[in-house]
Design a protein around this ligand. Sequence first.
Ligand SMILES: [Zn+2]
Length: 524
Amino acid sequence: MKKITMKKITTDFFEKIDIVDVVSEVVQLKRVGSQYRGLCPFHNERTPSFYVSPIGVYHCFGCGESGNVIKFVMKVYGYDYEEAISYLARKFNIPLPEKEDKNYELYQILNYTAEFYFENLKKNARVINYLRSRGLNEKSIIKFKIGYADDKFDIIKNLVDKGFSTEKLFQLGLVYKDNSGNLKLSFVNRIMFPIFSSNGKYVIGFSGRSLDGSDPKYKNSQDSEVFKKRYAIYAFNFAKSSIVKNKFAIVVEGFFDVIALHQLGYENTISFMGTNISDYQAQMLKKYIDKVYLFFDNDSAGKKATIRSLGTLLKAGLIPYILVGDRNRDPDEIVMEGGLEKLIKNPYNINSYFRMLYESETSIEGKMEILRMFRESFSDVNENNFGSILIEEIKPYLNELYKSLKLKLNFKEIASDTINDEVYALWNVYKSSNLRPILDELDEDVFSSKAREIFRAIKSNTFDDENFIKTISKIEFSNKELPESVVMKFIGKWKERKAMNKLKSEKNLNSLDAMIIARGRRIK
Ligand SMILES: [Zn+2]
C-alpha cells in the first residue's frame, strides 16, 4: 500500500501514454488526416464532432468539452487525479514513484480483519442462511466481502501474533476496555460490512449488524485516522463508475438495500453511514453528478431522513428526487419484486413530495409538522441554490412554503400588524396538551378580534380553511418564542374577561328580574 507522489509525475510519463489508445477504450475512433474522430462520449450525437490529437489532447466541437488524457480518464471513469494516474500507469506499465503511507499499518490491520471475518463467515452456515434469506447471493457476499464476527478473540490473537500493536487495535476500535478494565471485542455476533475507501483499495472501517437483537442494530467503527463517519459513503467504490455513467446516484438507508440493488444491476446505489447526509458527502457526490434519487423506507423514520437530506443535497447543488415505495415493503423487497424501474420513471421532486406528504396529513398538527420539517431542512438553503431548481417548477404549496421561508427573515414587520401576542398565546395554549382544556372553559367573546377568528376555527375544526392555515403557518414560521409568563398572563386575562362577562350577564339578569318583579307588582 504505497501512495503516489504526484509532484514526481514528469513529462516522460505523458510521453509513454497514447491518448488514442486510451480514448479508443470508450469511443470508436476513425483516422481523419493527422487526427482521430468519433462520437462524443460527453454528449449525445449522431454525427461525430469529437476529435483526438495524438499530441495528447481531445476536443469536442459539439459540446466544447476538451482536455488532456488525464482529464479524459477522470471524466469518463469518475476517477480523481491520483486514480487517473494509477489507471494510466497500469495500462502502459509505467512504474510510479512511491512513498510510504503513514497509515499503512492501519490499512493492513483492517484489510486482514476483513479477510478474517470473511473466512469466518464461510464456517457459519447459520449466518450464510440468514444472508440468503435476505436475498443476497454468493456473488454479492464475495463482492462486498461480507463477514461474520463471532464472540471469540481469535481475530485479536491473530493480529497480535502478526506483530500489530494493540494500541492500533484500540485506535481502530476493534477492541475496548470495559469499566473494570477487561478487554472486550467491539463487534460480537455481528454481520460485518467492510467499508472501503472510495478507490476501493483499502478497508477503512466496518459496520456490524447485530444478529442477536442487541443494540445498536448497526454498529459502526469509531472514527480513526483512516475512517471518518461523516466522510464515508458505503459502496461508493463499487458505485462510482456507474454513477458517472448513469449521471445519478440512488441513495438508500441500509446495507442490505445497497447490496440488493447492486445485485439487480443498479450499481449506482450507495448509502450514507446513518441516514443523515453530511455536507461533505453531498459535495463529494456533486463532483460527479447533479441528480440524486433518495429511496428510503416508507415509514416515519425514513420520511424524516428524506426531508432532512433534501436541504443538504440542495445546498451542495444537487437536485434531489424521491422514490416512495409501498408502505409495507422495504426498498430491497421492492427491488427484488421488480418495482424499482416504475418508481424511477415517476419520481417525486421536492415540490410534489412536499405536496403529497402535506395532503396525506389529515390533522393540522400533522400538516404543521410537515411544514416544520421542511422549514428545518431548508433553513440553510439560500435563494441561489434553492431557487434555481425550484422557481420554475414551484407549485402553490411549495410556493407558500418558499414565501414562508423568505417571510421568516422579515417576519416581525409583517407579523406585527396582523398577528399579535394574544394570537401567539392562544396558539401556544392550543398546542399544549396540558393547557388546551382551558379553551373548553372559554367563550369566543373573551378574545379580541384576531384571536377570536383563530378560536372559532379551533372550536369548529375548520382547519382546512386556506386563510386559517396561512395565519397558522405565519405563526409557526415566525420562530417567535412567547415566554410562558406571557402566555399565563393572557390566560389570566381571558378568565378575567369571562368572569366579567358573567357578572355583566348576571347584573342584566338581576335587572331583568327586577323589571319582571316590578312589572308583576304593577300587574297585581
Ligand atoms: Zn461533446
